[in-house]
Ligand binder design. Structure first.
Ligand code: FES
Length: 149
Protein backbone atom coordinates (compact mmCIF):
# COMPACT_ATOMS: atom_id res chain seq x y z
CA UNK A 1 0.00 0.00 0.00
CA UNK A 2 1.48 3.38 -0.93
CA UNK A 3 2.52 5.63 1.93
CA UNK A 4 0.78 8.98 1.71
CA UNK A 5 1.92 12.02 3.67
CA UNK A 6 -0.31 13.48 6.38
CA UNK A 7 -0.90 16.45 4.09
CA UNK A 8 -2.15 14.24 1.24
CA UNK A 9 -4.49 12.45 3.64
CA UNK A 10 -5.75 15.76 5.04
CA UNK A 11 -6.57 17.15 1.59
CA UNK A 12 -8.07 13.83 0.50
CA UNK A 13 -10.32 13.61 3.57
CA UNK A 14 -11.20 17.33 3.65
CA UNK A 15 -10.75 18.72 0.15
CA UNK A 16 -10.85 22.52 -0.10
CA UNK A 17 -12.68 24.54 -2.76
CA UNK A 18 -14.81 21.69 -4.09
CA UNK A 19 -17.60 22.86 -6.38
CA UNK A 20 -18.32 24.87 -9.44
CA UNK A 21 -18.37 28.59 -10.32
CA UNK A 22 -21.37 29.20 -12.57
CA UNK A 23 -20.12 32.50 -14.01
CA UNK A 24 -16.47 31.45 -14.14
CA UNK A 25 -14.07 33.58 -16.17
CA UNK A 26 -12.15 30.47 -17.20
CA UNK A 27 -12.83 26.73 -17.14
CA UNK A 28 -10.28 23.99 -17.70
CA UNK A 29 -11.17 20.34 -17.97
CA UNK A 30 -8.69 17.53 -18.38
CA UNK A 31 -9.28 13.83 -18.43
CA UNK A 32 -7.58 10.59 -19.00
CA UNK A 33 -9.37 7.85 -20.92
CA UNK A 34 -6.97 5.19 -19.59
CA UNK A 35 -7.52 5.59 -15.84
CA UNK A 36 -10.84 7.43 -16.23
CA UNK A 37 -9.89 10.34 -13.97
CA UNK A 38 -11.36 13.74 -14.78
CA UNK A 39 -10.66 17.15 -13.31
CA UNK A 40 -12.30 20.52 -13.94
CA UNK A 41 -11.08 23.85 -12.58
CA UNK A 42 -13.16 27.04 -12.52
CA UNK A 43 -11.52 30.42 -11.92
CA UNK A 44 -12.61 33.99 -11.32
CA UNK A 45 -10.11 36.68 -12.29
CA UNK A 46 -10.26 40.15 -10.74
CA UNK A 47 -9.43 43.51 -12.35
CA UNK A 48 -5.77 43.19 -11.28
CA UNK A 49 -5.63 39.83 -13.09
CA UNK A 50 -5.35 37.92 -9.86
CA UNK A 51 -7.29 34.72 -9.36
CA UNK A 52 -9.87 35.67 -6.76
CA UNK A 53 -11.75 32.39 -6.54
CA UNK A 54 -11.11 28.78 -7.55
CA UNK A 55 -13.36 25.76 -7.45
CA UNK A 56 -12.85 22.27 -8.78
CA UNK A 57 -14.59 18.99 -9.46
CA UNK A 58 -12.64 15.76 -9.61
CA UNK A 59 -13.75 12.28 -10.51
CA UNK A 60 -10.72 10.21 -9.74
CA UNK A 61 -8.32 8.59 -7.36
CA UNK A 62 -7.48 9.86 -3.86
CA UNK A 63 -4.23 11.40 -5.04
CA UNK A 64 -6.12 13.32 -7.75
CA UNK A 65 -8.48 14.72 -5.10
CA UNK A 66 -5.57 15.82 -2.89
CA UNK A 67 -3.81 17.30 -5.93
CA UNK A 68 -6.94 19.28 -6.89
CA UNK A 69 -7.39 20.59 -3.37
CA UNK A 70 -3.81 21.78 -2.87
CA UNK A 71 -3.66 23.21 -6.40
CA UNK A 72 -6.78 25.27 -5.70
CA UNK A 73 -5.22 26.62 -2.50
CA UNK A 74 -2.01 27.50 -4.33
CA UNK A 75 -3.94 29.35 -7.04
CA UNK A 76 -6.08 31.71 -4.91
CA UNK A 77 -4.68 35.24 -4.89
CA UNK A 78 -2.05 34.52 -7.53
CA UNK A 79 -1.49 36.49 -10.72
CA UNK A 80 -1.81 34.69 -14.04
CA UNK A 81 2.00 34.77 -14.30
CA UNK A 82 2.34 33.14 -10.88
CA UNK A 83 -0.22 30.48 -11.86
CA UNK A 84 2.15 29.43 -14.64
CA UNK A 85 4.74 28.58 -11.97
CA UNK A 86 2.43 25.92 -10.46
CA UNK A 87 3.78 22.70 -11.92
CA UNK A 88 3.25 19.01 -11.18
CA UNK A 89 6.53 19.03 -9.21
CA UNK A 90 5.58 22.05 -7.13
CA UNK A 91 2.23 20.40 -6.36
CA UNK A 92 4.04 17.23 -5.23
CA UNK A 93 6.37 19.32 -3.04
CA UNK A 94 3.40 21.11 -1.44
CA UNK A 95 1.82 17.75 -0.70
CA UNK A 96 5.09 16.63 0.94
CA UNK A 97 5.49 13.95 -1.69
CA UNK A 98 3.43 11.39 -3.58
CA UNK A 99 4.30 7.73 -4.20
CA UNK A 100 6.14 7.33 -7.50
CA UNK A 101 3.24 5.44 -9.11
CA UNK A 102 0.96 8.40 -8.33
CA UNK A 103 3.18 11.14 -9.74
CA UNK A 104 1.18 11.24 -12.97
CA UNK A 105 -1.91 12.26 -10.96
CA UNK A 106 -0.16 15.54 -10.13
CA UNK A 107 -0.18 16.45 -13.84
CA UNK A 108 -3.95 16.83 -13.85
CA UNK A 109 -4.05 19.70 -11.34
CA UNK A 110 -1.52 21.95 -13.05
CA UNK A 111 -2.94 21.13 -16.48
CA UNK A 112 -6.56 21.84 -15.55
CA UNK A 113 -5.60 25.09 -13.83
CA UNK A 114 -3.47 26.26 -16.76
CA UNK A 115 -6.23 25.29 -19.15
CA UNK A 116 -8.67 27.44 -17.16
CA UNK A 117 -6.24 30.38 -17.45
CA UNK A 118 -5.92 29.81 -21.19
CA UNK A 119 -9.71 29.58 -21.52
CA UNK A 120 -9.85 32.99 -19.84
CA UNK A 121 -7.27 34.34 -22.31
CA UNK A 122 -9.28 32.97 -25.27
CA UNK A 123 -12.43 34.65 -23.93
CA UNK A 124 -10.41 37.87 -23.63
CA UNK A 125 -9.21 37.56 -27.24
CA UNK A 126 -5.60 37.23 -26.08
CA UNK A 127 -5.13 33.64 -27.28
CA UNK A 128 -6.56 32.09 -30.42
CA UNK A 129 -8.64 28.93 -30.31
CA UNK A 130 -6.04 27.29 -32.54
CA UNK A 131 -3.22 28.14 -30.10
CA UNK A 132 -5.35 26.80 -27.25
CA UNK A 133 -6.09 23.55 -29.09
CA UNK A 134 -2.45 22.97 -30.03
CA UNK A 135 -1.15 23.65 -26.52
CA UNK A 136 -3.64 21.42 -24.73
CA UNK A 137 -3.50 18.57 -27.22
CA UNK A 138 0.15 18.18 -26.17
CA UNK A 139 -0.87 18.15 -22.48
CA UNK A 140 -3.34 15.34 -23.02
CA UNK A 141 -0.84 13.23 -24.95
CA UNK A 142 1.70 13.64 -22.13
CA UNK A 143 -0.84 12.54 -19.54
CA UNK A 144 -1.99 9.54 -21.60
CA UNK A 145 1.59 8.34 -21.83
CA UNK A 146 2.11 8.74 -18.11
CA UNK A 147 -1.01 6.81 -17.17
CA UNK A 148 -0.25 3.95 -19.54
CA UNK A 149 3.12 3.29 -17.93
S1 FES B 1 -4.81 7.30 -11.44
FE1 FES B 1 -4.89 9.32 -10.52
S2 FES B 1 -4.91 10.61 -12.30
FE2 FES B 1 -4.60 8.65 -13.26
Amino acid sequence: MPAYSDKVMDHFMKPRNVGEIEDADGVGEVGNPVCGDMMTFYIKVDKDEKVSDVKFKTFGCGAAIAVSSITSELAVGKTLEQIRQITPNSVIDELEGLPQNKHHCSNLGAQALNKAVDDYLVKQGRMTKEEFATKHKEDEEEHDDACES
